[in-house]
Design a protein around this ligand. Structure first.
Ligand code: DC
Length: 229
């Protein structure tokens, strides 16, 4: 079933969910480019909001304060060539939101129901304004766009996901130990999959793709074959 925006025009949605390190971001970015659609990294939004909470010294257990912050904050995602720039109330936080020390804090913010309501609202608005988007996250096919025609769930063996994440951090100049990355991925998987609101899950109608031994190009081709956009 096609998704409709307010003016009743069809919105082309490709929903990509999966755990950290499954290859979602690279694949989603490539698909957006290929199909001329907006790329929406929903994880970047939860990261940006968490950074704002840290900057404002908000207690990450204070759900009311986090929900209020989610209503007030201005998060913008801009694509520049192949790079996603993340703006938070006018500040470029592209690099800051990827730091390991910040990543560890995101789960506390992402589990708050009212925070998710605001983020989902923003995600739907952006996709509908653009009349189509490739969205990647944890709840795109289950909550954000449950009627999306094209849904994919990317996964990979834990060892491979840890390796990818370690390489990504290393390439950004972060000093990290593989053991710490492994611990973070395990903790995040657990938290993302077991939280009460919008846990990471494969939508019933999503196509499962194990990316452990596949290249980015192979995954993009696999998905493209299923999408007539
Ligand atoms: O995709 P990522 O690693 O940048 O996401 C960071 C965190 O944000 C992730 O651990 C869980 C959360 N998240 C979420 O709860 N829902 C989404 N749609 C996307 C991310």
């Amino acid at each position: 079933m096609a998704c409709k925006n307010k003016t009743n025009e069809p919105t082309k949605i490709i929903a990509i969910d999966g755990p950290a390190g499954s290859g979602k971001s690279t694949v989603a970015k490539a698909l957006a480019k290929k199909f001329g659609l907006l790329y929406i990294d929903t994880g970047a939004m939860y990261r940006a909001l968490t950074l704002k909470a840290v900057q404002k010294k908000i207690d990450l257990n204070n759900e009311e304060a986090l929900a209020k912050l989610a209503q007030e904050v201005n998060i913008q995602l801009n694509m520049h060539a192949e790079l996603l720039q993340v703006m938070l109330d006018g500040e470029d936080v592209t690099r800051a939101i990827r730091k390991q020390s910040l990543t560890e804090k995101v789960a506390s913010v992402a589990k708050v129901a009212l925070v998710r309501t605001e983020m989902v609202k923003l995600q739907r608005k952006l996709a509908q304004q653009a009349k189509g988007a490739v969205l990647e996250g944890r709840d795109i096919g289950t909550v954000v766009f449950p009627n999306a025609k094209y849904k994919f769930y990317l996964d990979a063996q834990a060892a491979k996901r840890i390796k990818r994440r370690f390489k990504e951090l290393e390439s950004k100049g972060e000093q990290v130990e593989v053991g710490d990355v492994a611990e973070d991925i395990t903790r995040r998987d657990q938290s993302d999959m077991t939280r009460g609101v919008a846990p990471l899950a494969q939508a019933k109608d999503a196509i499962y793709i194990d990316t452990t031994t596949l290249s980015v190009k192979e995954v993009v081709e696999k998905i493209s074959r299923k999408c007539s956009i």
